[in-house]
Design a protein around this ligand. Structure first.
Ligand code: URP
Ligand code: ZN
Length: 466
């Protein structure tokens, strides 16, 4: 009997790993979706493009829920846009990202979304969603939220810090109430603005202005206080909650306590907090300016706690917070004054390689948990209903992951347009030998091959809580 489905692509001979288990099977793709999972060793019809995954894992495409592509942050333009950022994500095995789409003060959320779609048009290679960042929570903006949720913008970011974009508790609560009513997810950057301001002033007054002082201005207390406060606000508002870039034990304790009380509180950390400790700030001079991001990179004990929390489920996601700001811009704008150096991280390209090398290959995470925190949980929490698993009917976002692949990081060979690479000199073991998005090859193991503009906006669903 002839098979009625005509397959376009087959990924053959690998071990498929999902968050809930693994199996030896071939993955067959038709019209951009996974059409069949078939016992290995069977022949393919002529015309099917066959990718040999022998000796490799076959993983769902990574989902990076925290990116800043084509943005200006604290006066500096991000080095990557939807094309270069998407290409570097794809080279690292990521096929979907959710970008931070900033409301202009005085503007609406609808206008912000329009602006961001224009950035993606003709450039995106990964599929993308948008978190709408509320910077000016006027009543009419809060009233807009249900319409935006209906259009598939089902998460709303708020900052507790940064001049010009940080909100007071009233505004944060209003956004959370609107999220509670619509099933959307509030996504919060938590740091206590007043404490950061006072600490910064003290350091500058004492002549401690070099980049190495940045983490001293943003102590764990600033993060943990804001995390505790936004958990309280979300619980009072009846909203679920997602906490951005958690870095320290104090924040984890607040999150774990809320979760133990069955509050729907979720949290991420980022690749750079798992990769580096605060000894990157030991150097005098401007070198540490490369590592200035917020919250800051912490000490070894906090880093160990982050790995534990990933294993135990207190943390659900690893994202990149990819907002790469050139060293030249950091020095031009801030130089020897850490408080004027714009904040940004650059982890999209190496996120999965780092997590595999220091997590799976080091025996700290299972391959299934790796898939959970880089794909399945991001999809579940942010309503990407056709992504995050290799299963029939899902988008064919598939990565052939070669556990023996060695990646020796050199900035010049990275796809990011940034003028340095945070991971320079690291060797990763395990990487993407091929990355497909909806069945189309984005990365062939050597080159980014996707046509600009083929990434599509994904309207997301709302209403998960647990
Ligand atoms: O340092 C950071 N993280 N910059 C980007 C803005 C943010 O906080 O996400
Ligand atoms: Zn961010």
């Amino acid at each position: 009997m002839t098979d009625p489905v005509t397959y376009d692509v087959a990924i053959a001979g690998g071990t498929v790993v999902n968050a809930d288990g693994r199996q030896e099977c071939d993955v067959l793709v038709a019209d951009g979706r996974i059409a069949a999972l078939r016992a290995p060793g069977q022949p393919f019809a002529p015309g099917v493009q066959v990718l040999d995954a022998t000796g490799c894992f076959v993983l769902p495409g990574g989902i990076d829920v925290h990116t800043h592509f084509d943005t200006v942050f604290e006066g500096a333009p991000t080095a990557d846009d939807f094309l270069s950022g998407g290409r570097c994500a794809a080279a690292g095995g990521t096929t979907t990202h959710i970008d931070m789409c900033f409301q202009e003060p005085g503007g609406s959320l609808a206008e912000a979304a329009e602006t961001w779609h224009a950035k993606a048009a003709g450039r995106a290679v990964c599929d993308y969603g948008l978190h709408l960042v509320v910077t000016d929570p006027r009543p009419e903006v809060i009233r807009e939220i249900p319409d935006r949720v209906a259009e598939g913008y089902t998460s709303f970011k708020v900052f507790t810090t940064y001049d010009g974009i940080g909100l007071e508790d009233e505004g944060i609560y209003d956004v959370m109430r609107a999220c509670a009513e619509t099933g959307a997810m509030p996504f919060v950057h938590g740091e206590n603005r007043a404490l950061v301001g006072r600490r910064t002033a003290e350091l500058l007054a004492a002549g401690k202005t070099a980049p190495r002082w940045h983490p001293h201005a943003r102590p764990v207390e600033a993060e943990a206080e804001a995390v505790s406060r936004v958990i309280a606000l979300a619980r009072a508002a009846g909203a679920q909650l997602y906490i951005a870039h958690v870095t320290c034990r104090e924040s984890l304790a607040h999150i774990a306590r809320a979760q133990a009380e069955l509050a729907p509180v979720h949290a991420e950390t980022c690749a750079h907090y798992l990769a580096f400790t605060d000894d990157v700030f030991d150097e005098d001079g401007v070198g540490p300016a490369r590592f200035i991001c917020s919250p800051p990179i912490r000490g070894a004990e906090d880093q160990r706690a982050l790995w534990d929390a990933l294993r135990t489920g207190v943390l659900s996601v690893v994202s990149s917070d990819h907002g790469p700001l050139h060293l030249a811009d950091r020095l031009r704008l801030g130089g020897e004054d850490f408080s004027r150096i714009p904040n940004g991280a650059a982890s999209a390209e190496h996120l999965r390689e780092l997590l595999w090398t220091d997590g799976v290959a080091a025996g700290a995470l299972s391959a299934e948990r790796f898939v959970a925190v880089t794909s399945a949980e991001p999809a579940r929490l942010f309503g990407l209903d056709r992504k995050g698993a290799i299963a029939i009917g899902m988008d064919a976002d598939v990565v052939v992951w070669d556990p023996a692949r060695r990646v020796e990081v050199e900035a010049e060979r990275c796809l990011s347009q940034l003028d340095y690479c945070t991971f320079e000199g690291r060797t990763f073991v395990g990487g993407a030998a091929a990355t497909l998005r909806r069945g189309e090859l984005l990365w062939d193991g050597e080159r980014a091959v996707a046509a600009p503009g083929t990434g599509e906006f994904v309207a997301r669903s709302a209403a998960r809580q647990a």
